[in-house]
Design a protein around this ligand. Structure first.
Ligand code: C2E
Ligand code: MG
Ligand code: MG
Ligand code: MG
Length: 292
């Protein structure tokens, strides 16, 4: 497109690219110090049972509060962290923080919630990953059965045999696995059954197309049917409307997650209603979350 607007546009474009690259490398340097400077924070997005809307757990989502740039989107800094290998230590921080937080809520009365944590392909390739998970569970006292690690199809398929061995080792501790963004990557159904999986998460692109695209309805329904046929549970991501919720319920989707119920919220916001409601499990979320 820029080509049609002539040379000046090109120059402008190149200049912006150079600026962006410089910004990326400076961000990458700052990322290395973000943990010890206390710039990371976790947000927690509620997940609800599709049948009755009761809270089933949370997904921990990393936030980087940059002193100059404000909130840097995860889609930007997670890829920077992966390129530099920093994701291994950052991912460990996320895991420890999420389990520690969940353990505190448990002590306060929230008994059977699940904490889901995203794991990047680099973490899986790192030799110490299984030991790290075990260590974090020991340190925080969070029950392994209530920890769910979210992995993408691409991460699973990079080296399916090795990954299967690793996941089985971690699953032996009791930890569960979910495939995140299911349907957007490449995965072999033949391999799918060799992993110790507990859940598929329907990518939000299919959920968001439910009203307009007949094909998205077919895809979402097929993923739910496939998961159930394999004995897995299904969570739909990015549920924003009542129509989407109703369709997914009809299709017997197990869990829902999305702005309709709640955006990712801070630990303090989670705590506010935990203390207000006492034991929240199998009870309704705060009114602003559920009656949306
Ligand atoms: P994800 O794991 O698929 O997380 C879901 C993303 O969808 C989150 O974006 C969440 O805020 C957003 N979302 C939830 N409900 C809705 C909705 O109804 N509508 C829309 N439009 N969006 C919704 P977020 O927090 O920006 O994270 C983006 C991605 O960054 C995550 O996708 C995940 O792949 C990655 N990420 C976030 N935290 C971590 C982390 O601690 N470790 C790793 N490895 N990756 C992370
Ligand atoms: Mg996820
Ligand atoms: Mg996802
Ligand atoms: Mg994603």
């Amino acid at each position: 497109r820029a080509k049609h607007r002539g040379r000046n546009t090109w120059c402008f474009f190149e200049q912006r690219m150079t600026e962006r690259l410089r910004e990326r490398s400076s961000l990458q340097r700052e990322l290395a110090h973000a943990t010890k400077r206390g710039q990371f924070e976790l947000a927690f997005q509620p997940r609800v049972h599709a049948s009755d809307g009761a809270l089933s757990g949370y997904e921990a989502l990393l936030r980087w509060r940059h002193p100059l740039h404000g909130n840097v989107p995860p889609d930007v800094f997670i890829s920077l962290a992966e390129e530099s290998g920093l994701i291994v230590s950052i991912g460990e921080w996320v895991l420890r923080e999420a389990c520690a937080q969940a353990a505190r809520w448990r002590a306060a009365g929230a008994a059977d919630l699940t904490m889901a944590v995203n794991v990047s392909p680099h973490q899986l390739r790192h030799a110490g990953f299984a030991a790290c998970v075990q260590q974090v569970l020991l340190e925080t006292g969070w029950p392994a059965r209530q920890l769910e690690l979210e992995i993408t199809e691409t991460a699973l398929m990079e080296d399916p045999r090795e990954v299967a061995v690793l996941l089985h080792r971690i699953n032996a501790l009791g930890v569960r696995f979910a495939i995140d963004d299911f349907g957007t990557g490449y995965s072999s159904l033949a391999y799918l059954k060799t992993f110790p999986l507990h859940r598929l998460k329907v990518d939000r692109s299919f959920v968001q197309g439910l009203q307009v695209e007949g094909s998205d309805r077919v895809i979402a329904a097929s993923i739910i049917a496939l998961a159930h046929a394999l004995g897995l549970e299904v969570t739909a991501e990015g549920v924003e409307t009542a129509d989407q919720r109703d369709f997914l319920r009809e299709q017997r989707c197990d869990e829902l997650q999305g702005y309709l119920f709640s955006a990712p919220i801070s630990a303090a916001q989670c705590e506010a209603w935990l203390t207000q409601k006492g034991i929240p499990c199998r009870q309704s979320l705060t009114p602003h979350c559920l009656q949306a």
